[in-house]
Design a protein. Structure first.
Length: 135
């Protein structure tokens, strides 16, 4: 994990990169004989980050002073809960102890391989679509 030039808030490339972070159908999966829809928490979190990114970019571009939308409030609260529930308690050194506390982003974090989750979400969506086509 590192600071990146990718996933910018308001550039065409950044928007394109954000739009590729979810599998088809936004990462919903369908379970049971009735194919009841569910969202995998990881994909819900990514959708929320993108919603917040979009709101920040829009507010900056239009110099808006209105309050954030209900969905932005939902996403902010949801992400807060997810961070608290799944917090990484690794210590990070603080580079500026006075004023805005800036932590050192250049520490090694080991991320999980999400390939299986994405592949299974795609497989599930294909099964759901094929079932709908047959009916």
């Amino acid at each position: 994990m590192e600071n990146s030039v990718h996933y910018a808030i308001d550039t065409a490339l950044g928007i394109s990169e954000w739009n590729t972070t979810l599998p088809s159908n936004g990462g919903l999966i369908y379970l049971g004989k009735d194919f009841r829809p569910f969202s995998i928490s990881m994909f819900h979190q990514i959708r929320c980050l993108n919603i917040i990114r979009e709101a920040v970019a829009t507010r900056n571009a239009q110099r808006l002073t209105t309050k954030p939308t209900v969905i932005v409030h939902h996403c902010t609260n949801y992400l807060r809960q997810m961070v608290l529930c799944r917090a990484n308690t690794r210590l990070e050194s603080v580079r500026r102890p006075v004023g805005p506390h800036v932590t050192n982003p250049y520490v090694t974090h080991t991320c999980k391989d999400w390939t299986v989750v994405y592949n299974e979400a795609e497989r599930n969506y294909d099964t759901f679509i094929n079932r709908r086509i047959k009916n």
